[in-house]
Write a protein that binds this ligand. Sequence first.
Ligand SMILES: Nc1nc2c(ncn2[C@@H]2O[C@H](COP(=O)(O)OP(=O)(O)OP(=O)(O)O)[C@@H](O)[C@H]2O)c(=O)[nH]1
Length: 400
Amino acid sequence: MEPATVYLLGALMMMANGGVLGLMHRDFPPSLRPSAVTWRIGTLLHACGCTMFMVQDSLPHSFVLPLANGLVMGGFTCYWGALRQFYGTPRTLLQLAPVTAGVIGVYWYAGVAPNPMGRMVVVSLVWMALLALCIHNLLLQSRRDRAWSRQVMAGIFIVLLMTVAFRLGWFLTVGMAPDYSGLDGSLWMNMASPVVVSIMPVIGTTAFLLMCSERIRRQWERAASTDYLTGLANRRTLADAGATRFEQARVRGRGFGLGVIDIDHFKSINDRYGHDVGDAALKHVAARLELACREGELPARQGGEEFVVLFDDVAHDSVLAAGERLRHAVAGSPFIAGEVMVPVTVSIGVAVCMPEDMEFDSVLRRADAALYAAKQGGRNRVECAALVTRMPELVPGTVV
Ligand SMILES: Nc1nc2c(ncn2[C@@H]2O[C@H](COP(=O)(O)OP(=O)(O)OP(=O)(O)O)[C@@H](O)[C@H]2O)c(=O)[nH]1
């Protein structure tokens, strides 16, 4: 196979892949669409560049080489831009600097002072810079995004970077004839480089599609497990986490406890200031609870104006203090709605797991009963459901 054929096949595959991305991106969430469009433009530029390389010996080099290289470099610039958009990094005009320098350099060494080695150096350096920027962008996300598709993508760019560096090193070692042509099939390097330069972006586009689908899957998982208003864990997550922690605590003999938290006179906040302020108050309380939670504790919105916090390894003598910590976190922080300060307090019922408890729900029920006692006892207070299984009546305000 001739290098020209490899370029043609690569261009066709890239266009097909870009077409698939074009068909799919309409179904992407709005947050992903801009980066998908930019990536798609990249594949188009890249395919056009490969097509230009295919006909490079039929047109004046001073015209076709800057154009072909500019298109491929433009494609890589778009991949870099797409990755920045994917991770929410703003794009800047400075991103066009490498491709501009590359086109000027190639034009210089193709038309003004023809020198194939000069061209090779300029093109390789610009490609390497663009690839390094893509890799940097991907590796920067290693803490935030643990998706394996991101690692695959980084791997693809690293292989490409190494290939370009090896190709430059190889030509610097063996030298280049003054009439060098990239379409000369007798040089094995001229066969190998179009394969890598054309095929790797095709794999890269597939990896980009995987990155998008992984992101969408995670967004769905998050939406299904969190409360849309407050961002805390929702009732379903609470039920799952509660059952798991309850079992673990029983198996390992660790303490398990929870607090049920209800905003006091929340209806009057809604009635007096409106539903929007009510929603803002819910978010405020959720944020205060989240902030007050220690490592290993899970705050969740049970529904309406009721929250639950799962405590980690808590015993009967410390659960009341844990509840007080949460109550203080809300009562001690003013909620400001526009110009007015709205006093917001919570009542809390806490309970710990007893040997007789067979399921998570029985602890929850006792905490609920303690919450009722806290409301009866005047609100803005914590009540502990103490030894309820042995004493049928609640003991409001019990400190054991
Ligand atoms: N703004 C807003 N209000 C909600 C939401 N969910 C439930 N509510 C309101 O929360 C109020 C709950 O009021 P009640 O259960 O009567 O209790 P309360 O007024 O908080 O009084 P106590 O619990 O006895 O201190 C109702 O008015 C519901 O409409 C929500 O998502 N947003």
